[in-house]
Design a protein around this ligand. Structure first.
Ligand SMILES: [Zn+2]
Length: 136
């Protein structure tokens, strides 16, 4: 670009009103041409408030999605632990029921045998009830 072309270009598109941060050196005015007019000022595509807002919205969306995925994975892991604890408790009740059933078969006094079988049914119902507490 010749000097004349540069002067004409700057007249048409003045410099961006944005600031460039340069660490310890401080801030400098952006050297790009301002091709976007917003709020009575010229801005380059990096510093135009609408473009900055767009980038922030995109970054926030990505961040939200990332945390949603992390939360979902965490919940799934917690549910898996919960479900194995529930299943272990139900299996204990099932085991007690099976044991009671086997022992009740050997009892000759029918009232005692029936009481044992009633308890066996209670264990089985308890196991079924506890399995309903499983999470998806
Ligand atoms: Zn700029």
């Amino acid at each position: 670009m010749t000097d004349m072309q540069e002067i004409v270009a700057r007249a048409i598109d003045p410099n961006c009103a944005g600031l460039v941060y340069a660490g310890r050196a401080g801030t400098f005015p952006c050297s790009r041409q301002g091709r976007f007019q917003e709020g009575g000022k010229s801005w380059c595509s990096q510093h135009a408030p609408s473009k900055v807002a767009e980038r922030h919205a995109k970054a926030n969306k990505k961040y939200d999605e990332k945390w949603k995925a992390i939360d979902a994975a965490k919940l799934q892991a917690e549910n898996k632990i919960w479900n194995s604890a529930i299943e272990a408790a139900a299996e204990v009740l099932d085991g007690l029921a099976e044991d009671l059933f086997t022992r009740a078969e050997q009892i000759e006094i029918s009232s005692v045998r029936n009481a044992m079988k009633d308890q066996m049914v209670a264990y089985k119902l308890g196991a079924a009830a506890i399995r309903k507490l499983k999470k998806p």
